[in-house]
Design a protein. Sequence first.
Length: 318
Amino acid sequence: MNFLGVDIGGTKMALSIGNERGEIRVDQRFPTDAGSAQKTLEQALKVADGLIAEAGLRVEQIDAIGISSPGPMCSRRRMILETPNLKGWNQFKVGDFFENHFKRPVFMQNDANGAGLAEYMFGACKGLDLVYLIMSTGTGAGIVINGRVLAGTNDLGGEVGHNTLDLSGPRCGCGKTGCWEAYCGGKNFADQIRAEITAQAVKTSILDFAGGDPARISMKEICAAVRGGDAYACCKWDVFIEKTAQAVGILLQTLNPQAVVMGTIAMHAGDLFLPQMMERLPKYAWQSCIDVCRIEASVLTNIGELSAIAIAIDGTRI
């Protein structure tokens, strides 16, 4: 079978053609125009036509099209509802756009659900009841139970980044306070450290790794300072790990999954992250829940492309 995958990102679009085994035959990326869905998707159609030809296929040989998008979105209407990073895409019926052009079945899910499906179909925890955690700029989850994604009544299932961990915590972009994402979303975490360093003239090697420019502070510079034993960086990292353990504990107690697979930060931070988080996890979840759950970093390096392909495959099973 052949599937066309469309991964919509805040800065880039990734299109690919793959099969039911997650083998990508051809792919291409190009920048997203955040202000114009029409302009970006017109280019996407041209790219998709080219990829189909490059793969030696006819349009009729594409069994389904899968679209992975930021949320909030509506899988039924196949449209992004409202997202701060793609202002010109609000209420745009992305699914209809592709279906009208290709006359092929089109399925759409948010990127976290797509990633959960990709892990279930192609990852190291293939076939298990699992939670895939997006741990990058933002924080979210794709939950797959009994082979089906748990999207919720109106596609808000898995928005675990907005579980409140502390009502007196930092304000989140969603409007609440103390969300997991407010503490541990990559951008929020770096922004908080940057603001403290600037306002309090904190002496820390984080700034040295950033070349003396607070604007360049990211997770990379923070992790480097932690590895170097910087006192301030280690103190901030301690909070990061503690809040992550708390949030993962809630997931284990609520869902009792067979696996929790973690994305970007877990993949790149290595021994700074998972061993420390696992050490604290028993404070927040029963050991009997921990013992039956594989908790590990993802091994899928092309999760965006595979997410879109997995959405297409999943759609054909409905």
